[in-house]
Design a protein around this ligand. Structure first.
Ligand code: ADP
Ligand code: MG
Length: 193
């Protein structure tokens, strides 16, 4: 699917609202296996993104760059630089394509490079890795998103704060995977699916 700058703005506003509605839940997920701040971190970042996008960006690359800068400067924690990297990579890629699958694929490569996590390490990489191919194929559904998020529950964390708990991280959904799930869900919302 080809993404326009208007759709990007709609997508980000929906993502910001979803994060805001669920900020307590995201932080609750981060409490047993982290430090309980993920929802508040993401809400701070996405509130800043929404404010910045109120001035409509001139084009898709400008939109991605604005989002990346706002996230990097406000989110903090591990997730700030990772989401920031994702949007910076989409900024770079958007000079040559506006295919959302290709953009998200570039973002995933950036997250993996930046954080060093692999699929199975119980991080947001698990959700991105499962869902980017679905976006590329045009087969993304809400059920697949839910499934990818839930799948992190049984994993042992190998990266990030949760990895300090080792086996005790099992039985909890990864908070960054849940927020990434919202990113993919709101992409479907923005596409009217
Ligand atoms: P912090 O862990 O610094 O408190 P957050 O709570 O905002 O930051 O974000 C935690 C989330 O970041 C985790 O749930 C996980 O999905 C993601 N994360 C942490 N480390 C990595 C990593 N190395 N690679 C990919 N994602 C990571
Ligand atoms: Mg945290």
């Amino acid at each position: 699917m080809e993404l326009t700058v208007d759709e990007l703005v709609v997508w980000m506003n929906k993502f910001a609202d979803k994060v805001s509605e669920n900020k307590q839940y995201l932080s609750d997920l981060d409490t047993p296996i982290g430090d309980g701040d993920h929802g508040f971190n993401m809400d701070r970042g996405m509130t800043a993104v929404k404010e910045k996008l109120a001035d409509k960006p001139a084009d898709l690359p400008t939109g991605f760059r604005t989002i990346a800068m706002a996230l990097i400067s406000t989110v903090g924690g591990a997730s700030g630089p990772l989401y920031g990297t994702a949007f910076l990579e989409m900024f770079k890629k958007s000079s040559s394509t506006n295919d959302v699958g290709e953009l998200l694929e570039a973002a995933l490569a950036g997250i993996e490079k930046r954080g060093g996590a692999k699929p199975g390490d119980k991080t947001m990489v698990d959700v991105w890795n499962a869902l980017v191919p679905e976006v590329k194929n045009g087969t993304l559904t809400r059920d697949k998103i839910q499934e990818a998020v839930e799948a992190t529950k049984d994993m042992v964390a190998k990266k990030g704060r949760a990895s300090y708990l080792g086996e005790r991280s099992v039985g909890h959904i990864d908070p960054g995977s849940q927020s990434s799930g919202y990113l993919f869900e709101t992409l479907l919302d923005a596409e009217g699916k």
